[in-house]
Design a protein around this ligand. Structure first.
Ligand code: FE2
Length: 197
């Protein structure tokens, strides 16, 4: 809303608060001098919401233990695994250990090392070269997968991180018979300290 009756709607998270031509570097905080940040960058490869319709929904059976699960999707010879966390019923715990999945970090590194136009993470640049400041759950996250955990760095060395590193730890916990209740950054952000209590 412009305040002048010129209402518009932005979609796919264009970059707002871009400095205007006569920006003199007096502050790098748009809220301190909003008039210096009067531009929006629109990028052809800015994607924050694919707006796909859901194909299916799953009601979690009451007897599923808290943990990380995956929906197996099969299309011809292609198989994909969409991970999700099952928490304990609201207000309850089943274990002495809470395992916090660092899903904000998973998201920040979503699509890392995937050189696909439109699938960006906050270490990427848009095709025009400026940095990507956003991450979104409402787009494909090709590396957010249980079965594709071994990444290779630029030296060709394999490593595992984020969801897959957490799965190693959860698997170890299971082998050691250490029961855990899982929750995620998103749950903690939404529900606050009450969730930990
Ligand atoms: Fe980082």
């Amino acid at each position: 809303m412009t305040g002048s009756g010129n209402h518009g709607t932005l979609s796919q998270l264009p970059v707002r608060s871009v400095s205007r031509p006569h920006w003199f570097g007096e502050t790098d905080n748009p809220s301190e001098n909003p008039r210096s940040y009067a531009a929006i960058h629109f990028h052809e490869d800015s994607l924050s919401d694919t707006k796909w319709d859901p194909d299916f929904a799953l009601n979690i059976p009451d007897d599923w233990a808290s943990g990380v699960y995956a929906a197996e999707l099969v299309a011809g010879n292609e198989i994909d695994h969409l991970p999700f966390a099952v928490l304990t019923p609201r207000g309850t715990t089943t274990a002495n250990v809470a395992f916090l999945l660092s899903t904000f970090t998973f998201l920040a590194y979503g699509n890392e090392l995937r050189d696909v136009k439109g699938l960006n993470n906050i270490y990427d640049s848009y095709v025009v070269g400026s940095g990507v400041p956003f991450a979104s759950l409402l787009q494909p996250l090709a590396n957010f997968r249980p079965c594709k955990g071994i990444l290779v760095n630029t030296n060709g060395e394999a490593f595992s991180q984020h969801l897959n590193a957490d799965l190693f730890l959860l698997r170890w916990s299971a082998e050691k018979s250490i029961e855990v209740d899982v929750l995620s950054d998103h749950d903690l952000h939404r529900e606050g300290a009450e969730l930990l209590e």
